[in-house]
Design a protein around this ligand. Structure first.
Ligand SMILES: C[S@@+](CC[C@H](N)C(=O)[O-])C[C@H]1O[C@@H](n2cnc3c(N)ncnc32)[C@H](O)[C@@H]1O
Length: 299
C-alpha cells in the first residue's frame, strides 16, 4: 500500500558521483529525494523476489557498471578485510580484490558460488556458501561489508542488516557498511513497476523502501553516520534490429525477474512492446541507476 508523504530537499547534500558527499543523519536520509518517489513509499516489505543463477548470469553479462565498480573500489580503498554479501558472479569482489589484494564473498546460489570460484578469482576472492541472514563468519571479522542489489531477495531485511553489523568491526577506523539498490529514476524499476507489476499482480517494487528500512536497522545498531552516493549503470543490447533487440531484452528481463511466474509469457510480451518504445529514445541501453548507502559507526 502506498503512503502519501511530502519530502523536503536536504540542503547541502550532493549525492551524485563518486566523491565524498555530505554526511547525513537518519532523518535527513529518510527524506532524501535520491531514494525514489516518496508518495509511493510502501508501509511494509513486499517480500523477497526470486532469482535463479541462469537469470542473473544472462542479465549480469550485459551490464555496464563502470561507475558502480569505480565507487566500490574507491569506498574500500583503505580497507583490508572486505566482505561481499551476495556476490553473484563475483564482478565487484574481483574489482575490490584488484585494489586491496583480496576479498571474501558469500553467495547462496551454488551455481554462482562456482562462477566466483573460476580461474580468474581463485586465490584472490575467497567465496563461501551463505546468506545475508546467516553470515558464516565470527563477530568483527571484517572492516568493510558491502551488499549490492541483494536486499530485494532477503527474507528479513532487519536480520540481514543485523548480521552485516555483527561481522563488521566498529572499532576499525575504516569501518563501513555499503548497500547498493535502485535509485530515483531507475529505468529498469520503471519497467518493472509500470509493465510487469500490474500483470504479476504484485505490490509496487520500491528500492528506496529497502534502503530506508536498512538505514533504520543500521542506526539502531550504532551505524548511524550516513552518506549517499549515486552511480549510473545500464544493461546493453547491441547489434540487432530494433524489434529483435526489444524481443531479446524482453526475454532477458523476464528470465531474470519472472522466470517461474505463471504469467511470464504475458509479461515478456508486454515488455517487448514497452521496450520498442524505450529503444526508439535510447537505442541500446536501459538505465540501472543506483543509490548507494554508506553507513559508518556513529550517531
Ligand atoms: C542481483 S544479484 C547481485 C549480485 C552481485 N551482488 C552484483 O551486484 O553483481 C543478487 C544476488 O543476491 C543473491 N542472493 C539471493 N538471496 C540472498 C540472500 N538471502 N543472501 C545473500 N545473497 C542472496 C543471489 O543469489 C544473487 O547472486
Amino acid at each position: 500500500m502506498a503512503r502519501a508523504r511530502t519530502r523536503t530537499p536536504v540542503p547541502g547534500n550532493a549525492p551524485e558521483g563518486s566523491g565524498d558527499p555530505a554526511r547525513l543523519s537518519l532523518d535527513q536520509l529518510l527524506e532524501h529525494d535520491a531514494l525514489g518517489p516518496a508518495d509511493l513509499m510502501p508501509t511494509r516489505y513486499r517480500g523477497p523476489r526470486s532469482v535463479t543463477g541462469d537469470g542473473w548470469v544472462e542479465f549480469a553479462t550485459r551490464l555496464e557498471r563502470g561507475e558502480e565498480l569505480a565507487l566500490i573500489r574507491s569506498l574500500t580503498a583503505t580497507n583490508r578485510r572486505v566482505l561481499d554479501v551476495g556476490g553473484g558472479i563475483g564482478e565487484m569482489a574481483r574489482t575490490v580484490a584488484a585494489r586491496t589484494g583480496s576479498c571474501t564473498a558469500i553467495e547462496p546460489h551454488p551455481q554462482l558460488v562456482e562462477a566466483i570460484r573460476d580461474e580468474a578469482t581463485r586465490g584472490v576472492v575467497d567465496v563461501r556458501p551463505g546468506t545475508a541472514e546467516d553470515i558464516p563468519f565470527p563477530d568483527d571479522s571484517f572492516d568493510a561489508v558491502y551488499s549490492a542489489w541483494v536486499l530485494q531477495y532477503v527474507e528479513d531485511i532487519e536480520r540481514a542488516v543485523a548480521e552485516m553489523v555483527r561481522v563488521c568491526d566498529p572499532g576499525d577506523p575504516e569501518s563501513k557498511i555499503v548497500l547498493f539498490a535502485a535509485g530515483a529514476g531507475n529505468e529498469l524499476m520503471r519497467l518493472v513497476n509500470e509493465v510487469c507489476v500490474p500483470i504479476a499482480e504484485e505490490p509496487y517494487d520500491h528500492h528506496g523502501y529497502l534502503l530506508t528500512q536498512a538505514a533504520r536497522a543500521l542506526a539502531a545498531r550504532g551505524f548511524g553516520d550516513f552518506s549517499l552516493h549515486r552511480a549510473e549503470s545500464s544493461i546493453r543490447f547491441d547489434g540487432e534490429e530494433p524489434a529483435e533487440r526489444a524481443a531479446t531484452a524482453a526475454a532477458v528481463l523476464t528470465g531474470f525477474w519472472y522466470e517461474r511466474h505463471p504469467r511470464a509469457e504475458e509479461i515478456r510480451s508486454a515488455l517487448a512492446s514497452a521496450l520498442t518504445g524505450h529503444f526508439a529514445l535510447r537505442p541500446h541501453a536501459i538505465g540501472d541507476q543506483s543509490a548507494v548507502l554508506v553507513a559508518r559507526p556513529g550517531a
